[in-house]
Design a protein around this ligand. Sequence first.
Ligand code: NAD
Ligand code: AHE
Ligand code: ZN
Length: 368
Amino acid sequence: MKTQAAVAWQAGAPLTIETVDLAGPREGEVLVELKATGICHTDYYTLSGADPEGLFPAILGHEGAGVVVDVGPGVKSLKKGDHVIPLYTPECRECKFCLSQKTNLCQAIRSTQGRGLMPDGTSRFSIDGTPILHYMGTSTFSNYTVVPEIALAKIRDDAPFDTVCYIGCGVTTGLGAVIFTAKVEAGANVVVFGLGGIGLNVIQGAKLVGAGKIIGVDVNPAREAMARKYGMTDFINPNEVDNVVDAIIQLTDGGADYSFECIGNVDTMRQALECSHKGWGQSIIIGVAAAGEEIRTRPFQLVTGRVWKGSAFGGARGRTDVPKIVDWYMENRISIDDMITHRLTLDQINDGFDLMKRGESIRSVVVY
Ligand code: NAD
Ligand code: AHE
Ligand code: ZN
């Protein structure tokens, strides 16, 4: 079949809208009609050329929601008409990682996914016979996509696509980092570096679990009002204080119980660790840093009890946890509507990247 898709031909170049050939689903695969997709900073990161796994030409996008149109042989858990959210972190429930119950990082298809291919080592997308690569196993910047069954969360039918698509990455990443990775307890002081599409959801998660102080750090003053709405109690603009780490230590009587880095900058990762409390503070890295970057701190920071952790997709097991997070949204236990600041058509997708780069959007969503 044919699909309309935004194709990334090379690093740093705008996407172009193309009519792309899409082959049907093979064994264990599902054809999905996307209804909406968010644009995450990670799409920009890969498009910029900073991602060592960034391959071109490819169809980017990993924050979608849509409907099953067809299933390949052997697919058991999904049928035509089911509403789904594609998962860049699948959940096979059979691999060593899934069975460990210690991580959400299912590795069943990780190697082919990282090479832009379906599990059988081929692509379903092509133009004039030339393969176009998949991205993060999801390629949601296409009206139709093919996704492995283990990388689809079945969600309730009454959830609106143009908001729950955000649960495919940003919402789950932020809430999950608080609830599943850090397991923040009521009363704990939390610091969030970066108040964009991820950081605001960390704030919302911290509020949900009853955190004490929730301190936000961002160079963009426009982020303060929105973050306060989601539960931030104190705001620090790094350009307005002498030393961010000292300012946080003062505000928290010794340091944060939990800090979250939601920027992807190795300098703020260091600040996030070093503002956490001696003896027990945990700092969770969520931001994705560019190829070649490395984190640094004095080992003494760890010797004296601070803990450095990372979180991918919020530590969520997608097929199990994503439908529950959709329920939380539908039950008004979490709110995400106001974070979706812009709705675009597919041919306006480059505007979505520009809005993000200029710090004018939280989330732009492409509605098909
Ligand atoms: P975003 O662009 O919406 O937000 C980033 C925020 O950081 C902006 O508000 C910006 O003003 C602020 N910022 C930039 N430099 C700063 C600095 N030096 N000090 C303070 N604030 C600064 O991005 P996003 O979509 O929220 O993504 C954030 C990061 O999380 C990206 O690196 C993205 O790739 C990563 N991410 C990781 C995961 C994961 O599973 N680990 C999932 C999604 C996104
Ligand atoms: N390809 C990059 C790493 C990118 C990365 O860390 N991705 C996150 C999700 S970001 C979503 O917006 C993730 O889940 N990582 C785990 C994984 O297995 O990719 C690089 O540096 O190579
Ligand atoms: Zn993302």
